[in-house]
Write a protein that binds this ligand. Sequence first.
Ligand code: AHM
Ligand code: MG
Length: 336
Amino acid sequence: MMQNMTITEFLAQHLQGEHSAALTAMLSDIAHAVKQIAVVIDAGAIAGNMGSLATESVQGVNVHGEVQKTLDVLTNDIFVEAIQKSGYVAGMVSEEVVDPIKSMVKNGQYLLCFDPLDGSSNVNVNISVGTIFSVLKAPNSQPELADFLQAGTEQICGGYALYGTSTMLVFTTGDGVNGFTLDKKTNTFLLTHPQMQIPQNTTEFAINMSNYRFWQEPVQRYVDECLQGTEGERDKDFNMRWVASMVAEVHRILVRGGIFMYPSDAKARMGKLRLMYEANPMSFIVEQAGGGSSTGLQRVLEVSPTGIHQRVPIMLGSKNEIDRIASYHQKKSKRK
Ligand code: AHM
Ligand code: MG
């Protein structure tokens, strides 16, 4: 029965084509890293490695008096070590490291871009965080920075781990989206969310409303109409959520629909989120689940990257709402 299939069984049965052996091995390594990260996140303040580089010093002292790294650094190190195990990864880009990370692997054929701990400002307040990853083909086994600059359409796998009320691993290899829950009794990921689909319509949106005055007119118009509810253009009431943890928001959208926006605004022209290891893998997943993902003016997956840490405006989720907000942007750009 599909529901109880382990991730190992799933990979053996479902992955086909030229990348299947490599993807099976890399996803097994990633699953292993996620289990280790879940353990350090679970340990929380007891281990003394809470906090993030943005708010804390790089090192702290745990309750046992041992010097500890912050969780951003610790999770980055766990990921980097784990994903080189099976010998396929030629190079890596991490949100935590300025330059591409060289791999110890000889003749690696793939590139990995990842954010080891997304939403890390939530760690100290015990709210869900995640890991996001994207797999690309390596043009050569000793990749240079330019080799990473591939559009999201070139991804062969995109995924995330959510460290929430349960730990989940969700990914796509271009054949739908499947979600696995970590069974802590057996330390095994089990298929609990096969072929996830995002409803086309929704009445739930997610955006950081405190930025309202900085948004461009199409985003203000869309949100204004949602807020007007039955008294406005849309003639229905909307609900709003903002976790400030992209992985948690995308997961909610995959489960019950909705849209998530981190648009361009007057403070941050390119938005906040990073193209290579946040926007691209999430857009791949959302499109594979029947949703849409747009900068407002183009499909996120078609943005040509110019830098490994570049930011991009993003709106993703239920298809009909994303089409609507994109149409508001297009009307404005035609008026210009
Ligand atoms: P991070 O990579 O530094 O954790 O930042 C990304 C996070 C996303 O998970 C989330 O959607 C967003 O930042 C929240 O931003 P804000 O605090 O501006 O609402
Ligand atoms: Mg991040």
